[in-house]
Design a protein around this ligand. Structure first.
Ligand code: TPP
Ligand code: MG
Length: 651
């Protein structure tokens, strides 16, 4: 269609011949530019090619010198293949071009398969989400400086969430041979320094034998509880140079998993004694279940003691449909509390209220009985570093085991069995009856709370979550992420029962996790024939929305339902809270700050508050599209239809 006003003519030919600049000037100052045009020599549209250029463009290129022997990076691929790493989400870069080429041409782009990512943070987030479903780590490659700088927040989230990710950064170490210019900007003396404070281990191999040992060691360390990310710097020279033909051929060490650390037998016995003798023991779990078996063990312990379980949701630890499942407030009546892999024991037993008291720093209060005994099993006690404060506030514990909770549970269950005297069994059974009643009442209260404003528009967060559940409940679903603030409704209302029903949160609360982790988890679920659904907040998605391209490109099915409250709502609330503390109404500067946090709502004039509308019919259509196509094609294959393309539900 012809444009009404074609504007100044800026077609390609005129632009290339340099006339456009003169033309634009003409439009503004006709008299002067006419003079200039008269005086200026005509700029040729193109210079004739020099003899050298003409020859290069028309002649047959000379045969390039071939690098002889086996490339070092082929051997690296051999090493990687021994570990069964299925995918390699990454953004490409020249500092690892040699291993990139080996992965494709020598490794056949299988085990691992390279998945193109738009951002290094997305690549790490994908590996993060993938592990929580598959229980197997992925590796990523990144440009040693700039790429790693992008990857860092994702690595920090994985560190806080105790998730293994193998990060390999290309780096040109030898200053005497590295190409000048960009590759030198992109090199550093020690790229690993950037992430050393929040990785379990890092290394810089200087020979191929060193690489094979480092890589297997890195994998082993990442996969020893507490899991965590590891980093290897990969020298460009080592990748590119052929394997040396003198000396022994480097060997590849066999990977043998390390057994996770179990609690000291004396401490296990003491914990069992306290639990067996308690009037009201309460179990609190955060990242206790590393595998589905962790859930089975926790149910056994809870039923043995008829103890209520608070699942803090770092992982899927305990079925929400079990009558012993309890809300966080259940700690208040406990005389013995056992915390399993808690990231914050202090905040489990204490409350912090963010009010204007104590010169604005808020107030602390206890949530538990004064003489309650505290037991902790946490492998993170073995892996504390100084700089980042993910160890949280100090909490005095009566029996503390630096050990993996899941690995310690079998011994603890046996010890509790022997510690319960026969005469206590009736009282324990009675405790179970009280728990059933409390559970039923709690469910009813939650349902009533969820029903408040059910028909409101914009839709309430409880309704949003339940409509999503309604759309997927007939499938083998997996809620892979729930970002932004939806008042924890999925954890309160959905019948979360299986390990893959809920994967936990980001760990470090670095926003931008939900979208990539969902895609990574959906990739693992795709291979298992499961349906992935996420509740996706707007702010989280807008950090690096390119991950949706990766989902579409690599045919990863995901139903991401937008929880679009049109703002960084948590931050809006922070600014509002501060303006209250300072007795400044939501006008003037307070309102300006609030608008700044609201950002995309358009600043001045943007409507505050939740604004998502719900198209429940569209939701059901998309889940249905997946269901029909999955049954058409067999569950283990990616589904046809919109759901598999990771599209959002439109409003
Ligand atoms: C990388 C990073 N930057 C900034 C923040 C601070 N922050 C916490 S919540 C939040 C808002 C997120 O918005 P959205 O995902 O839309 O969730 P909502 O609060 O609106 O429910 C921000 C910016 C953060 N946690 N991480
Ligand atoms: Mg938001």
């Amino acid at each position: 269609m012809a444009r009404k006003d074609p504007g100044p003519k800026a077609d390609r030919r005129r632009f290339l011949t340099g006339v456009v600049a003169a033309g634009a000037a003409t439009a503004m100052t006709p008299v002067r530019s006419a003079d200039v045009a008269a005086q200026a020599p005509r700029v040729p549209s193109a210079l004739p090619p020099s003899m050298h250029v003409a020859q290069a463009e028309t002649g047959t290129p000379r045969e390039l010198a071939r690098v002889k022997g086996i490339p070092g990076s082929d051997f690296m691929v051999d090493v990687i293949k021994t570990l069964g790493i299925k995918y390699l989400p990454a953004n490409c870069a020249s500092s690892y071009r040699a291993i990139h080429e080996s992965l494709i041409n020598y490794g056949g782009n299988r085990m691992p398969e390279f998945l193109t990512c738009m951002h290094e943070e997305s690549a790490v987030g994908m590996a993060h989400g993938y592990f929580k479903v598959a229980g197997k780590p992925l590796m990523t490659l990144c440009h040693g400086t700039v790429g790693l700088q992008h990857a860092t927040m994702g690595i920090y989230n994985a560190w806080c969430d105790r998730v293994p990710v193998i990060v390999v950064g290309g780096n040109d170490l030898d200053a005497a041979t590295r190409p000048p210019g960009v590759p030198t900007f992109h090199s550093a003396q020690d790229i690993n320094a950037l992430v050393r404070d929040f990785t379990k281990w890092d290394d810089t191999p200087v020979s191929l034998q060193h690489f094979s040992q480092s890589f297997v060691r890195a994998y082993k360390i990442a996969m020893t509880p507490p899991y965590g990310p590891v980093m290897i710097s990969l020298d460009a020279g080592l990748q590119q140079e052929p394997m040396k033909e003198h000396g022994e051929k480097p060997y590849i060490p066999r990977y043998v998993p390390t057994a996770p650390p179990q609690g000291d037998s004396g401490a296990v016995k003491e914990a069992a004694r306290l639990l067996a003798g308690a009037q009201n023991p309460v179990i609190v779990a955060d990242r206790a279940a590393r595998t589905p078996n962790g859930m089975t063990l926790l149910v056994q312990l809870a039923e043995l003691l008829q103890a209520r379980v608070i699942d803090q949701g770092g992982r899927m630890n305990f079925p929400r449909t079990h009558y012993l499942s309890a809300p966080p407030a259940a700690v208040s009546g406990a005389d013995v509390i056992i915390g399993l892999e808690l990231s914050d024991f202090w905040a489990t037993v204490n409350a912090y209220t963010d009010n204007a008291m104590k010169e604005g720093i808020g107030t602390n209060s206890t949530r538990i009985k004064r003489d309650a005994k505290l037991i902790s099993i946490s492998s993170v006690d073995l892996n504390t570093k100084a700089n980042y404060q993910d160890f949280q506030r100090f909490q005095v514990i009566d029996v503390q085991m630096a050990a993996d909770a899941e690995a310690t549970l079998p011994a603890l269950i046996e010890a509790v069995k022997s510690a319960i005297p026969n005469e206590r069994k009736a009282a324990i059974a009675q405790r179970g009856e009280a728990a059933r009643k409390a559970y039923a009442e709690g469910q009813e209260r939650t349902r009533q709370a969820a029903a408040l404003g059910w028909d409101a528009s914009p839709v309430s967060t409880a309704r949003l979550c339940m409509e999503v559940y309604g759309a997927v409940k007939g499938l083998d679903w997996s809620l892979v992420a729930s970002e932004g603030n939806v008042s924890n409704w999925p954890n309160r209302l959905w019948p979360l029962e299986k390990y893959h029903h809920w994967l936990g949160r980001s760990g470090g609360y670095g926003v931008g996790y939900g979208a990539p982790a969902s895609v990574g988890a959906a990739l693992a679920n795709r291979d298992l024939g499961r349906f992935s659904v996420s509740i996706q907040s707007d702010g989280d998605l807008m950090y690096a929305p390119g991950v949706l391209w990766t989902a579409a490109k690599h045919k990863i099915p995901l139903l991401a339902v937008m929880h679009n409250n049109r703002g960084y709502h948590q931050e809006v609330m922070h600014v509002q809270r501060l303006s209250n503390f300072r007795n400044r109404a939501d006008q003037g500067p307070g309102a300006a700050r609030s608008r700044a946090a609201r950002g995309r709502q358009g600043g001045a004039g943007g409507a505050a508050g939740p604004a998502q509308r719900l198209d429940a019919a569209a939701l059901r259509r998309r889940a249905h599209a997946y269901r029909s196509s999955a049954s058409d094609r067999g569950h283990r294959r990616p589904a046809r239809g919109s759901a598999r393309r990771g599209r959002r539900v439109r409003r």
